[in-house]
Write a protein that binds this ligand. Structure first.
Ligand code: BGC
Ligand code: CA
Length: 378
């Protein structure tokens, strides 16, 4: 008994299904009638049925496609098998004999020769082609080389020109720079010269100041040294005199008196007229100072400065006839009048005194001055 086709099977199944569905539908409808929800259940039923129909349709379609394909493949296989079978039978039935084989070998060797000749020709052509190619390449290379040489020459020329330009620019720049540097140097030199002149001037002024200060200092020093030397000289003279006296009965100056060259001197601190002073000195066993030498003048000047002191000199007896208090000859002693003195100024000036500057002046005898008494130790 032949097997039912897929369609028939499906037909049977759907018939069964239809029968079952109708029965169920009737039952459902009854139920729906009885339950009162007939419309909703029918819709669901229709949807379900539609789905089933669609699925069945697609299943049948797939089955048809598969069967068509399988039958195609089967026929191809069959054809292949037939061919193979035919070939096999041909091969088995047509085994060449020795004569045929020799003929075939001869043909084969001819074929080989032909192929070899063809190959040789091809090789020859290839060689020619290669040579041509080489030649062309060589020519091309030569051209390229020539172009490169030209290009190189051009480049060299351009570079040379550029270098020349640059060199020229550099030369200009160098010249400018040199000029600027020279100008700057000249300026600097001028500034330095000015500075040098200023410095020289300042140094010269400073030197002059220093020199002047040194001169002043030197003068002061000289003066101080001279005074000191005079003092020392006086002291030395006194000491020598003392020593020369040897066994003579000499005594020291009384207290408050100053010793100089074997004489004692008293410088008062009180003042009085010339005549009062003279009396005071006589009362102290002395006389108003008589200046007999430059050394004594220096001593008096040094010790008395800067006060004024009466000395033992007057022209009260006869105008301009100056006389020393101890009778010494005025004409033979050195004079130390101040400039323009004696001038007998005012109502007349007959008594002499040491002025502030250490030199002599004539003044009114009643003027009150300090005085200096002197007495000899010899
Ligand atoms: C004069 C002196 C004078 C004195 C009198 C001074 O100005 O120069 O010569 O003896 O005055 O005080
Ligand atoms: Ca005078």
């Amino acid at each position: 008994m032949p097997e039912p086709s897929g369609y028939e099977y499906f037909k049977d199944c759907s018939a069964v299904k239809e029968q079952r569905t109708e029965a169920e539908q009737k039952r459902d409808e009854e139920k729906a009638w009885s339950s009162g929800d007939w419309f909703g259940k029918r819709t669901w039923l229709l949807l379900f049925f539609g789905l089933v129909v669609l699925s069945t349709f697609f299943a049948i379609l797939s089955l048809i496609i598969v069967s068509v394909k399988v039958s195609g493949m089967y026929s191809e296989m069959k054809e292949l098998q037939d061919k193979l079978m035919l070939q096999d039978s041909q091969f088995k039935g047509n085994v060449p004999e020795e004569g045929q084989r020799n003929q075939m070998a001869g043909e084969l060797s001819k074929l080989k020769t032909l192929v070899f000749e063809e190959l040789q020709k091809t090789q020859g052509n290839m060689t020619d082609l290669n040579s041509k190619l080489k030649l062309e390449m060589f020519e091309e290379l030569q051209k390229t080389q020539s172009n490169m040489t030209d290009l190189n020459s051009k480049l060299k020329l351009e570079m040379f020109e550029e270098l020349q330009k640059t060199q020229s620019n550099m030369t200009d720049l160098n010249s400018k720079l040199k000029l600027e540097m020279f100008e700057e140097l000249q300026k600097t030199q001028s500034n330095m010269t000015d500075l040098n002149s200023k410095l020289k001037l300042e140094m010269f002024e400073e030197l002059q100041k220093t020199q002047s200060n040194m001169t002043d200092l030197n003068s002061k020093l000289k003066l101080e040294m001279s005074a000191e030397l005079q003092k020392m000289q006086g002291n030395m003279t006194n000491m020598i005199s003392k020593l020369k006296l040897g066994n003579c009965t000499c005594s020291e100056c009384p207290s408050g008196w100053i010793w100089f060259n074997l004489h004692c001197y008293y410088f008062t601190t009180n003042s009085g007229s010339w005549h009062f002073a003279k009396g005071q000195c006589n009362a102290m066993d002395s006389h108003l100072v008589v200046i007999n030498s430059a050394a004594e003048q220096s001593f008096i000047k040094r010790e008395g400065a800067p006060e004024r002191y009466w000395i033992g000199l007057s022209d009260s007896e006869t105008e301009k006839m100056w006389q020393w208090a101890d009778g010494s000859d005025y004409r033979s002693t050195p004079k130390f009048w101040a400039r323009g003195e004696p001038n007998n100024a005012g109502n007349g000036e007959d008594c002499a005194h040491i002025d502030k500057n250490g030199y002599w002046n004539d003044n009114g005898c009643d003027t009150r001055f300090r005085w200096i008494c002197e007495k000899s130790l010899a």
